[in-house]
Write a protein that binds this ligand. Structure first.
Ligand code: BGC
Length: 806
């Protein structure tokens, strides 16, 4: 933590002096002045200054907007300013509440800046009228809501959306979510959650893009662009809220709200980039996290909230606390009273108090007693007002109440179905057991009898996943509904048996399930987790196997020897070791949203070829967690050791388990198709490049001399058309710090007809190849890079290049 600079300053964004660059400059100057004969190369080439960093969101930085802000600010009393920093939930609670629901008087008195969990044009307008008509300066309220993967039309959960490796899709679904939210009076969504999650025990892994920084950053950008478009002021734009800042996804032992402790190197290299990507895409707001980070609660951490967010990233939007998190500073032991908690949070950089009710009740006294400079309150108010002005709320505070009530129209269903189809991941598809012929999937349309078994086969509420906003479980089509339709039409007999409940010990239903399976030609088992009870916030687990007695049911049915497919509906990678060894076909469906049933059926019957890839590693055993592909190297790698049995001698002293192999059950980036793909001809534009060339500004146009172009060919070698997610990985060796054994640095969805070959291209420039050194500066050093291209993190097509020191 040598460079962890704790500053408690509140000021308009500026860039901190780049110490290493100054040092470098001084060294070069010394060299010149001293007339050194030999040239001293500058290994640590610093990230080039990029003009757009000055204003990641130009609207928020605009002079006209800020003039309006200043003019209003000048008229406000201290209490009114503090009111703008106060937020209450007027609906569902995810933490202790304020025990009040009479917000009318507070709003009329200008003591509330934002409400959340108030949904619908009529309801939001009702509160808005009080603020605008009775409030001291007619300042509109900002209504927020947890729109995480759809507002009324519920799409696949974010972890599923990440499996599509399709940012354009994510942008499209978030735009639909924005439009629906705006129709409901919501102009602020508490999304995207971009916390990197490397531990499947953590229930909120379902809300993000999984374990990878590059994929997570691409998804972060896509959500922000979908929500905000290019103009926050459009009536169908909503302000995004990037959360949870910072590193909330790395709690010790996967336990919710637990401590996060990591090196600054890992923080900057792995965890911060997705937040930064969202900020660079223009995200207007940020939510601070519940967790402490390296000894300081994120809600009161000036290092992340001011040094990084404001000074390094020039963020000029507003930061809201998480639910009741300011009050929790007392439990963290860093504040003895509510007033201390409020002062610490505000000075660290939390502008708005979500549900602690401490800003409203303590800040005025703190200012009046001289314990808190008024300028700190002014600056936070400015940031809140900026967002309100940018959204156009002052000019258009109300929403049209005459909108026709929400209906999941065929167009919305079509998008939800297409999205779900891209997110399903085929994990296994073996030959049918003897005496049957062919692979288990796709299921032949002429199959006479199908048995559908399991507690997730007909559960609408589970199909929506956690945080389903204003979605109606009644809109969800289950797998049973969808199969029934297909089977009626195809003349197939469908036998349905629930078999068991998600969480029970009773095996009462097993007998019916066995009877159904015995009569069937194909058996589909729909098993997994309860979305509301076991996934999302506050849903950490110590076991990752199938919950309840579903494993027993799975084994009982699979052992009947029928062609069996396991469809998993869950919010996290599960440890399904037995299934991976014994069930011939496995489809990871996550929670696919309202079109769950039709999308899964399309894949099962081969109308759609699966193309999803895993955004998070599947472990063999929970004890491997946290398990992720981009690990740092060890001095005793077990790569060449047979790990299938406990050590017998010299094979012991390696980085290994003695009771399990190191390998995942299914690796990051993995997913099968009904066709096969072959990679060949991996080539680089150059095998040597200088660090100087690579470090040219990355804004605008690249010169090809300043980057490495990677090309390869992908061929569809199977019998049907399919879409492959081609992935590019690198490894860097020889530098001043350890770099991961592999890192994703590019991906592309490629659709190929049978027999067709396409060339794919990737570019590796400064942003992809640079990394943080021990001075926390992004550098390119003279090192070697290995490059792989293929269909998963185990890609085998390999080549390499070097970066030279000139
Ligand atoms: C969650 C946030 C959420 C907030 C408001 C908290 O408990 O951590 O992600 O946005 O509640 O509902």
């Amino acid at each position: 933590m040598s460079k962890r600079r704790r500053v408690i300053t509140i000021h308009l964004p500026h860039r901190e002096p780049a110490v290493p660059a100054v040092l470098t400059f001084a060294l070069v100057l010394l060299g010149v002045i001293g007339g050194l004969s030999s040239y001293v190369p500058d290994w640590n080439v610093k990230e080039p200054a990029t003009p757009s960093i000055q204003a990641p969101n130009e609207q928020l930085a605009s002079r006209a907007l800020n003039e309006r802000v200043e003019s209003l600010l000048g008229k406000m009393t201290l209490e009114e300013k503090i009111g703008q920093l106060t937020q209450y939930s007027a609906g569902t609670m995810t933490g202790p509440g304020t025990a009040r629901n009479d917000y009318n008087d507070l709003i009329a008195g200008g003591q509330v800046g934002s409400l959340f969990n108030v949904v619908g044009a009529r309801l939001t307008n009702r509160f808005q009228r009080i603020a605008v008509e009775k409030g001291p300066h007619h300042i509109p309220l900002l209504f927020g809501y947890d729109v995480i993967h759809g507002e009324r039309t519920i799409f696949p959960v974010p972890l599923a959306l990440a499996s599509s490796f399709d940012p354009a899709l994510v942008q499209q679904v978030s735009h639909v979510a924005a439009t629906e939210a705006a129709d409901d009076g919501i102009r602020w969504v508490f999304s995207p959650m971009v916390d990197i999650a490397r531990d499947a025990r953590w229930g909120r892994i379902t809300e993000g893009a999984g374990e990878d920084t590059y994929l997570g950053s691409a998804m972060a950008r896509a959500y922000v662009q979908g929500y905000q478009g290019n103009d926050l002021g459009r009536p169908d734009s909503v302000a995004a809220c990037v959360k949870h800042f910072a590193a909330y996804g790395a709690p010790n032992a996967g336990r919710e709200y637990n401590t996060v402790d990591m090196s600054e190197l890992t923080l900057r290299q792995v965890y911060l980039p997705p937040y930064h990507a969202a900020i660079k895409a223009g995200a207007a707001t940020v939510m601070s996290a519940f967790n402490p980070l390296n000894g300081v609660p994120a809600t009161a951490d000036p290092f992340t909230l001011t040094t990084i967010l404001r000074n390094e990233w020039n963020f000029s939007g507003m930061v809201v606390s998480d639910f009741g998190a300011i009050k929790e500073l007392i439990a963290h032991g860093v504040a003895s009273t509510g007033a201390v908690a409020a002062r610490k949070a505000l000075t660290a950089g939390v502008d708005m108090d979500m549900m602690s009710d401490l800003y409203r009740t303590t800040l005025a006294d703190l200012v009046n007693s001289g314990e808190l400079p008024q300028s700190v309150v002014d600056e936070a108010t400015r940031r809140v007002l900026r967002v309100k002005f940018a959204l156009g709320l002052f000019d258009h505070p109300y929403v049209d109440e005459s909108h026709t009530p929400y209906v999941a129209t065929p167009e919305k269903r079509a998008l939800a179905r297409a999205a779900a189809e891209e997110t399903l991941v085929l994990l296994k598809n073996d030959a049918k057991p003897i005496p049957f012929a062919g692979n288990v999937l796709p299921i032949a349309k002429s199959t006479p009898t199908i048995a559908l078994i399991g507690p997730l086969a007909d559960s609408q509420v589970d199909m929506l996943g956690s945080w389903s906003a204003a979605g109606d479980p009644g809109d969800a089509v289950t797998l049973l509904n969808a199969l029934q339709d297909r089977c009626n039409w195809a003349g197939t007999k469908l036998l349905y048996a629930r078999g068991t409940e998600i969480l029970t010990d009773s095996d009462e239903g097993f007998a019916d399930a066995v009877v159904a399976a015995k009569k069937a030609d194909v058996v589909i088992l729909a098993l997994g987790e309860s979305a509301p009870k076991m996934t999302g916030e506050s849903s950490s687990l110590t076991r990752l196997d199938l919950p309840g007695n579903q494993e027993d049911l799975l084994e009982t049915i699979t052992n009947l020897g029928k062609p069996t497919v396991l469809v998993l509906f869950d919010g996290r990678p599960l440890a399904i070791k037995w299934a991976a060894a014994h069930v011939p076909a496995i489809l990871e469906a996550w929670y696919p949203g309202i079109e769950a049933g039709p999308a899964v059926a399309d894949i099962l019957f081969g109308d759609v070829n699966p193309s999803g890839k895993l955004p998070a590693t599947f472990p063999r055993a929970v004890g491997q967690e946290p398990l992720f592909y981009n690990q740092l190297p060890t001095g005793r790698p077990a790569d060449d050791i047979d790990l299938s049995h406990p050590p017998t001698g010299a094979d012991k002293y390696f980085s290994r388990y003695i009771d399990e192999t190191n390998a995942p059950l299914f690796p990051f980036g993995f997913g099968l198709s009904y066709t096969t793909f072959n990679y060949s001809n991996l080539k680089l534009s150059q095998t040597s490049i200088s660090s100087t060339a690579l470090s040219q500004p990355t804004q605008g146009h690249f010169l090809s001399a300043n980057r490495i172009e990677v090309t390869a060919e992908v061929k569809n070698t199977g019998p049907v058309a399919g879409t492959e997610v081609a992935q590019l990985y690198i490894r860097n060796t020889g530098g001043s710090v350890e770099e991961p054994v592999r890192e994703l640095k590019g991906f592309q969805r490629v659709t190929l007809a049978p027999g067709e070959t396409k060339q794919i291209e990737f570019t590796l420039g400064f942003d992809d190849l640079s990394y943080y050194n021990l001075e926390m500066t992004r550098v390119i050093e003279p090192t070697q890079y290995q490059v792989w291209v293929g269909g998963s993190s185990l890609a085998t097509q390999e080549t390499e290049f070097e970066v030279t020191g000139e």
